[in-house]
Design a protein around this ligand. Structure first.
Ligand code: SF4
Ligand code: SF4
Length: 505
């Protein structure tokens, strides 16, 4: 066997005085970091395979464990950092593409943290959300540019309205396929969506029959591999989303290895068990906006114009012009996934180097659609690094109708962002199909934690809106006067379309 010269990412420290040799850590670690030595009656560790998921630390009954970043660094080098050297060593060993999970973790500017929200003082007084009604209801779909009413004592709307998704809060769960995440994780998302009055998204992995009952809260995706796409799929949905791209891997397809294609996944995706599920990079029938339009209208025919049909892309350099084309192709909503959007598996080099931050994409897409007079024709849903209620409000003030959250939802269910989803050995029972591991996520608990998270965010959103003196989320949409930049250049402020902190109205 070749010598493994890579340094470990983590160190595992076990306090021998506290350890009662219960072997919980041995049983909990799918990476075989811990082992029980029967002869010596002691538990040992091999930190080289530690993913840093912190499962053993969380479950050790005596708090005997600590998993820390490996402090044994190389000589300081701003160019060839520990990670750069490690990646080269790994590729020299394996000769393949480096894979990773979750979103880009590079220290690019997080624009959410460089924008500040406004609050009312004296004039336009703030509103107390405990005493006054606050409206977070959001409608996703194409809107008419004007309404026509009938004459008469009680005028009725004559304009035919396009189908809408109704959300009780402007936060949706983003596309995560059954295959990339476990059935229990999918079930948690579906059940939480129903309780919260929002939607989850099947991703490109089809829809498990047991989840048909959550149809009113399900967005079904049509991706390049067309996995699981059949008439029943559309029947059990509230909206359809054509997936062209995703933030973590713009421009490339997907790959679910055959070993993860279990009997259930095979049935749901409609592919043979044990075969690789390969999503091609492009849709083989889409090479232009006109082609996209044909697919949008083909799907509208399928759902008899009763459900919104949207299109999802990754945020790339020309995102505003592409978004304009998507709206002109008839999309009822457009979803834009930014640079920090998560994934179950992506080449590290693509995840970390391709795309643009969602904050900038949101601002330029909203501005472009307004400039062209077509903003009302489609809702704008943005994703990729939305971490808290402050980010949600800033996204809406920049011009989004709603946000998608993926990583934050997984963290609510127990994910510790170890980025090892692509190994299929998620110790938290989320990004895995191993029956021993999937049991670890109880869907009752998963659902409850997701409901708690969005409930808490909704309360915070209402508090912040009240502070701004507005009582409907609609009034904040695209209202960039409620944002000010801090620590940004003139060009960044101009792209975001906001003033610098300290500038008045
Ligand atoms: S879980 Fe904690 S107490 Fe149990 S064997 Fe591991 S380190 Fe020791
Ligand atoms: S889902 Fe699991 S494997 Fe993926 S980052 Fe979270 S804890 Fe790690």
């Amino acid at each position: 066997m070749a010598l493994d010269i890579k340094q470990q990412d983590f160190t595992v420290e076990r306090d021998e005085e506290k350890c009662i040799r219960c072997q919980v850590c041995v049983r909990q670690c799918a990476n075989d970091v811990h082992a029980y030595d029967k002869d010596e009656d002691r538990v040992t560790s091999n930190p080289k395979s530690c993913a840093g998921c912190q499962r053993c630390v969380a479950l050790c009954p005596t708090n005997a464990l600590a998993v820390r970043r490996n402090s044994s660094e190389l000589r300081d080098n701003a160019n060839f950092t520990f990670q750069v050297v490690k990646d080269i060593q790994k590729q020299a060993e394996q000769g393949g593409i480096l894979l990773t999970g979750m979103g880009c973790d590079k220290p690019y500017t997080i624009y959410w943290d460089h924008m500040l929200l406004n609050a009312s003082q004296v004039t336009n007084p703030s509103i107390d959300p405990l005493r006054e009604p606050m409206e977070l209801k959001t409608y996703i779909g194409s809107k008419p540019n004007k309404l026509e009413f009938s004459n008469g004592d009680i005028p009725e709307i004559r304009t035919k309205l396009a189908p809408q998704l109704t959300l009780e809060t402007p936060v949706m769960f983003s596309a995560m396929s059954f295959g990339s995440i476990s059935y229990n994780a999918h079930q948690s998302l579906a059940r939480a969506s129903r309780d919260l009055g929002t939607v989850y998204n099947t991703g490109e992995g089809g829809l498990h029959k047991n989840l048909y009952e959550y149809a009113a809260n399900t967005i079904v995706q049509v991706a390049s591999g067309r996995f699981g796409v059949n008439p029943e799929y559309f029947e059990h949905s509230a909206a359809v989303e054509i997936k062209i791209g995703q933030g973590a891997k713009p421009g490339i397809g997907g790959h679910l290895p055959g070993e993860k294609v279990s009997a259930e996944i095979s049935e749901t995706r409609m592919i043979p068990q044990g075969t690789d599920a390969l999503s091609p990079a492009p849709h083989h029938d889409i090479y232009s906006i006109e082609d996209l339009k044909q697919l949008v209208y083909a799907l509208k025919e399928v759902v008899e114009y009763e459900k919104p049909v949207g299109v999802k892309i990754s945020a790339v350099h020309n995102v505003a012009a592409i978004a304009s084309g998507m709206v002109r192709a008839g999309a009822d909503f457009i979803a834009i996934d930014g640079l920090r959007g998560g994934t179950g598996a992506a080449p590290t080099v693509i995840r970390d180097n391709v795309g643009i931050p969602i904050e900038l994409a949101t601002a330029v897409v909203d501005a472009k659609l307004r400039e062209e007079g077509i903003r009302h024709k489609a809702s704008l849903v943005v994703a990729g690094g939305v971490r808290n209620s402050g980010d949600v409000l800033k996204a809406i003030a920049l011009g989004a109708d709603a946000v998608y959250i993926g990583t934050s939802a997984l963290v609510a269910m127990g994910c510790h962002v170890c980025q090892k989803c692509y190994t299929g050995k998620c110790n938290w029972g989320i990004a895995t199909q191993d029956p021993y591991l999937t049991k670890r996520l109880n869907p009752d608990i998963g659902k409850r934690r997701l409901v708690n998270l969005l409930h808490a965010w909704s309360l915070e959103i209402k508090e912040m809106m009240g502070g701004m003196g507005i009582n409907t989320i609609e009034s904040l949409r695209g209202n960039r006067e409620h944002l000010r930049g801090i620590g940004l250049t003139e060009l960044e402020l101009s792209i975001l379309g906001i003033k610098h902190a300290g500038e008045g109205w």
